[in-house]
Write a protein that binds this ligand. Structure first.
Ligand code: CP
Length: 325
């Protein structure tokens, strides 16, 4: 789903809906600006006035710990006013369409909506109906994309590995239901990574996934051979229809990331996971908490990257310069 909706008439990024269709320059700008926003998190006063007087609404129709909270912290660090709406208390539960809910909130002068929904394409639909001064950020839509997660993952990789071109990256687990995997594959491809491996049971690998420029493996040990980055994924049991894995024990035996399996990768491999993690199902505790793990660093980096994305959609220029004021 390439989106022209996310650009304005002058070609500026005005919504952040999908990684697909963005170019390397745009991704690099977001990552570069995030570097300057990282330093704000390390100051005593963790605030800059970039979005002072602006209002951001977090609208999550699915559960979230990391994304919702880091968006809130990111917006507050940019001095925006933040409203977190509890989806279980919204008028959508009385039959109101989500578009009417958004229009109602827009009438209260909201500048940015951060949307998570279990239907693919919700953010696109809403962006199509917004006036030019309102910005939509996709915080995960169904199985489609989770673009801000992919950007924080790229940021984390870049801080440890620098050159994307020569990287060997393994994405492991439930690829079929993963919006994160789709966004990661697009982002890695745009940034020039040639060796992208997706690893999982055949039942959890989408048909024709190779069209995205990846190699598929159903043997984890084989796929991990010599990789520089391992990105683990959660089994999305809530999205599965029918029995796609034999049992949790059998899944962990064949696809769980253990210390022994990490040894098949490059000695300097980094282990990542977007969370929430299920210990003993897709990843052993000793790996999740081990020296190669960047799982909590990903969370921290998510704040700076989301600051960068918000600054970008509000004003494509000057975000890093403004941050230093
Ligand atoms: N990675 C991620 O999207 O986590 P949350 O569901 O906690 O936001």
């Amino acid at each position: 789903m390439k989106s022209l909706i996310q650009f304005d008439q002058d070609g500026r990024l005005t919504h952040f809906l999908t990684i697909r269709g963005l170019n390397r320059e745009t991704l690099s700008e977001i990552l570069d600006d995030a570097e300057s926003f990282i330093s704000i998190g390390e100051r005593q006063i963790r605030k800059v006035p970039l979005l002072r007087g602006r209002t951001l609404v977090n609208l999550f129709f699915e559960d979230s710990t990391r994304t919702r909270t880091t968006f809130e912290i990111a917006a507050k660090r940019l001095s925006a006013d933040v409203i977190n709406l509890n989806a279980s208390r919204l008028s959508t539960n009385k039959g109101e369409r989500i578009l009417d809910t958004i229009r109602t909130l827009e009438a209260m002068h909201t500048d940015i909506f951060v949307i998570r929904d279990n239907a693919s394409g919700t953010s696109h639909l809403l962006a199509e109906h917004m006036p030019p001064h309102v910005h939509i950020i996709n915080a995960g839509d169904g199985r489609h994309e989770h673009p801000t997660q992919a950007m924080l993952d790229m940021f984390t990789i870049r801080r440890h590995k620098k050159d994307f071109g020569d990287l060997r990256v393994a994405i492991v687990g439930d690829i079929l239901h993963s919006r994160v995997a789709r966004s990661q594959i697009h982002a890695l491809g745009i940034l020039g990574t040639r060796d992208i491996r997706v690893i999982g049971p055949r039942t959890l690998l989408p048909t024709e996934i190779e069209r995205l420029g990846v190699n598929t493996f159903s043997d984890l040990d084989e796929g991990l051979e010599g990789v520089d980055v391992i990105m683990m994924l959660r089994l999305q049991l809530e999205r599965m229809e029918g029995q796609l894995i034999p049992s949790s024990q059998e899944y962990f035996r064949r696809y769980g990331l253990t210390t022994e399996r990490v040894r098949r990768a490059d000695p300097d491999v980094i282990v990542m996971h977007p969370g929430p993690i299920n210990r003993g199902l897709e990843i052993a505790s000793e790996v999740a908490d081990g020296e190669n793990s960047l799982i909590l660093e990903q969370v921290t980096n998510g704040i700076a990257v989301r600051m960068s994305i918000m600054a970008k959609v509000m004003d494509g220029q000057n975000s890093s310069q403004e941050a230093d004021k």
